[in-house]
Structure formats: structure tokens, C-alpha cells
Ligand binder design. Structure first.
Ligand SMILES: [Zn+2]
Length: 461
């Protein structure tokens, strides 16, 4: 029997046929996992009534168990050859699986096997190949990106930041590609649109400014494309909105206001050194009105708590705090009710974060929630998160990261999975099984520390 989801890049001369004993155990894999790891699995009855995701959740869990069991059975086969005694093999399998999910320290003589089993590596070269050719226009985006017509500056940023994380210095052509494209998106009013000729938009502006800061590592004139006084004028006069709860920002003139736009404006202003008292006045009180009953933040008052919006809210508070517009006590008072909600978003079996209660894990929340945890000083299981990203979301054949096993990779999830790996790489727990030397990132702006510091130095804080 062929183990379909075994290791992706094993040596072709390795045996592909499992012994009858291992094959029989593989057929009982879900049952064995559920017995060995009671409580780690999704239980539809313990979740909210009418859960729409029970089936999908089971599918993700099964994908993950398939991958892990395939690998475990394969490793046992390689190490011991055909073992006749089913009970002995089952005990070994259960020990491997428990070690993986529960992180039980191993004292047996099979510790080498367990290290092999838990060890996952970042395939740098194949991710760089996946990202190659877009910034300098040697390759066109596939049609799956057509719906992102209004987010083209984001695509530049996702690719450039991923390359920065992977320690790839942009070529002159790649840096110029970013500079020329962003210039074509720049608005006379200040800010950038998502594509050439588009109206300026807060999110597209933050992405363009971030991409330009990365390009400036190679071509310092990238900074000159950014007109920060025009940006400040546009953000203050066209985007800032007074509301009963405080002040927020709109994505564009007459566009919707929410915490995502508010974060993009504050982060851009802070990065460019134009975070004025006028711009920030009353923003913290509006953000505090976004808290939901369970401790997270929604996009607008009374909305459900959401990982992306919670990141935006906490990052805004951090920006205001670091600029001296919130004192330590105020910051702590606003952030501390979110800690339990943040920590509860990491799922034990998968190791990844879910964006909302009762939703599926998704690799992009490795950054959105990992960074919010980092800013709010909430501990999370970094080794389990790395395992989720590297084992289940990394495409080691074609490059890139997917949101969950079974899906296709894309530039967005590649950027945020890699950013999440930078956060786990800074954690001590990371080094136990997985050594992935990655640069430090600033969790508020999601730029590498060196790119962030260079931009701050240029614009003055
Ligand atoms: Zn996602």
C-alpha cells in the first residue's frame, strides 16, 4: 500500500511499500489518534450550536493525521523493516504521535527517530523560486490574482517582504519594479491607490509605503516616491472621522471606517515620522469601543472578535503607546482583557491559530495572532505553530505556503506564514526541534528589523 501523504521529498530509492502490519495500523489511524490523544480533537458538541464547520474541521484534522501517520509509519518502516508484532509497532507509533502533539519528552532509545519525525525544515530555495520574476515583470501573475486588481501594492509588499525574510537582496530590476509601479499608483492628493489610476486608499498606501521601504534597501531613491506631508494632509482631512465613541479613519474619502483603515493610517504615519497629536486624538477611545464580550476586537463596535481586527487594534494601541499618546497603565488596561482570547485561538492538534472562535486554523493568523500575542506579551506554543506552518502549509515541491493542508499556496499566505515563522524563531521553544535562522521582524509593522530601522532612520521618528 502506498502512503499517499508521506514525506514529500524522500529519496526515490526508499521503499514505498509498508509491511502488512503497518498498513493495518495506517488503516486505523484516526481511531488510534483519538484513543492516544483524548481531548485534542474537535468535538462539535462542545462548540457553539449550529457550528457550520464541523465537517470542514474533521477534514483538516484528517489531513493532518494522514500526513503525520504517513510519515510516522514510513519512518518506522525505514528504521525497523517489517515487524510482525502489531502491538509493538502500535506502541511505537503512539509514542511518536504523542511526542508530536503533546510534546512529551522522550526517554527511550528511539529518540533519534523522534527527532527525525518532529524535524521540519524551511525550504528557502524553493520559496524564492516561487516568488521570483514578479517584481521585475519577467513573469505575469496568474489569473487567480485577477480579483486582487485593487490590491496590487499589497502583492508587491507580500512578495518583497517574503524575499526580505528569506534574506534575498532585491536586484536593481526588482527594486525599480517596485518604485515604478508605486509611483504609477501615487495620488496627487497624497497616499497611493491599489493600482495605477485608482483612488488613494489607506490600506493600499500602507502596503506601497512598506514595499518602498524594502526597495530602499537596494535603491534609496525609493523613499523619495513617498510624499509624507501630502499623506498627512490627506489622512487628517479626508480620512479622519469623528464618531460618538471617538475617532477612526476611513479607507478612502467617503469609504467605510474600521480598525483596519485606522491601523493602516497610524502605522504609515508612524513609519514616516508624521504621527501628530491631532492625527491620533480620540483614536484610543474608539478602539476601546471595538472590544467584544469575549475579549477580542471586532472591526467596528458590536462586531464579532476577529484575529485580523484584534491585531489591528492591539498594534494601534502599541503605536499610540510608543509615541507617548498612551501611558503604560492605559495601554495595559486596554490590552489585558484580550489576553485570554488571544491565547485560546491556538488549536492544540493542528498547532496553528484560528481567526475566530469555532473556525478553521489558517496559516496567515500565525502572523496576525502571533504578532498580537507578541505585542500583548501572551505566550503561545511556538514549536506547534512552526510544525503547522512547515509541515502542513509549506509546499516543498512548488514553493509557497497554503492556508491549510489541501489548499493551494498563494503570495498572501506565503508572506504571513513566513512572518509567523520569524515570530516563532525568536521564541526559545522554537529551537527544540526546528532550527530556522530567520530575521527578527517588527510585529507592529511587519517589516524586518533592518528594513524598519533604516526607514525610521531616514524619516526620523
Ligand atoms: Zn488566511
Amino acid at each position: 500500500m502506498k502512503v499517499g501523504n508521506g514525506p514529500e521529498k524522500e529519496n526515490s530509492e526508499e521503499p514505498q511499500q509498508l509491511s502488512p502490519v503497518l498498513s493495518a495500523l495506517f488503516a486505523r489511524r484516526y481511531e488510534i489518534c483519538r484513543e492516544a490523544l483524548p481531548g485534542l480533537f474537535f468535538d462539535p458538541w462542545s462548540e457553539w450550536e449550529g457550528s457550520p464547520t464541523a465537517q470542514e474541521q474533521n477534514l483538516v484534522e484528517r489531513n493532518i493525521i494522514d500526513i503525520d501517520f504517513g510519515r510516522a509509519a514510513y519512518l518506522l518502516h525505514r528504521q525497523f523493516g517489517p515487524i510482525e508484532d502489531e502491538r509493538t509497532v502500535e506502541l511505537l507509533l503512539v509514542r511518536l504521535i504523542k511526542c508530536l502533539y503533546l510534546r512529551i519528552a522522550d526517554s527511550s532509545s528511539h529518540s533519534r527517530l523522534i527527532v527525525d519525525f518532529c524535524h521540519d525544515v524551511l525550504n528557502r530555495e524553493c520559496h524564492l523560486e516561487y516568488l521570483d520574476g514578479i517584481l521585475d515583470s519577467r513573469r505575469e501573475l496568474g489569473e487567480e490574482y485577477l480579483s486582487l486588481e485593487a490590491s496590487q501594492t499589497w502583492i508587491l509588499y507580500w512578495i518583497a517582504h517574503s524575499m526580505d525574510i528569506l534574506d534575498h537582496c532585491l536586484s536593481d530590476a526588482e527594486a525599480l519594479g517596485i518604485i515604478n509601479f508605486c509611483e504609477s499608483c501615487r495620488s496627487e492628493k497624497g497616499g497611493f491607490g491599489g493600482g495605477p489610476g485608482h483612488r488613494p486608499h489607506a490600506a493600499a498606501t500602507f502596503a506601497a509605503v512598506s514595499a518602498l521601504c524594502i526597495a530602499a534597501n537596494q535603491q534609496p531613491e525609493a523613499y523619495d516616491i513617498i510624499e509624507r506631508q501630502k499623506f498627512l494632509h490627506w489622512a487628517s482631512h479626508e480620512l479622519k472621522t469623528k464618531l460618538p465613541e471617538g475617532s477612526a479613519f476611513r479607507v478612502s474619502r467617503d469609504g467605510e471606517y474600521d480598525v483596519r483603515a485606522t491601523y493602516c493610517v497610524l502605522a504609515t504615519a508612524s513609519l514616516l515620522g508624521v504621527l501628530t497629536r491631532d492625527l491620533t486624538a480620540d483614536v484610543a477611545s474608539w478602539i476601546s469601543s471595538l472590544r467584544s464580550f469575549d475579549g477580542g476586537f471586532g472591526g467596528e463596535p458590536s462586531n464579532e472578535a476577529h484575529g485580523g481586527y484584534t491585531f489591528c487594534a492591539i498594534a494601534c494601541l502599541k503605536i499610540l503607546h510608543d509615541a507617548g499618546y498612551l501611558c503604560d497603565e492605559e495601554f495595559e488596561k486596554l490590552v489585558s482583557p484580550s489576553r485570554h482570547w488571544l491565547q485560546s485561538r491556538q488549536r492544540l492538534l493542528e498547532g496553528g491559530f484560528q481567526g475566530r472562535t469555532n473556525k478553521l486554523v489558517d496559516s496567515c493568523y500565525a502572523f496576525w495572532l502571533g504578532a498580537a500575542c507578541k505585542i500583548a506579551e501572551v505566550p503561545f506554543n511556538a514549536a506547534a505553530l512552526e510544525r503547522y506552518l512547515l509541515r502542513y502549509c509549506q509546499d516543498t515541491k512548488n514553493g509557497g505556503f497554503r492556508d491549510k493542508p489541501g489548499a493551494d499556496p498563494d503570495f498572501y499566505h506565503t508572506c504571513y506564514a513566513l512572518s509567523g515563522l520569524c515570530l516563532t524563531a525568536q521564541s526559545q521553544a522554537s529551537t527544540e526541534y526546528i532550527k530556522t535562522p530567520l530575521p527578527e521582524i517588527n510585529p507592529v509593522y511587519n517589516l524586518t528589523k533592518s528594513t524598519f530601522c533604516a526607514a525610521r532612520d531616514f524619516f526620523g521618528s
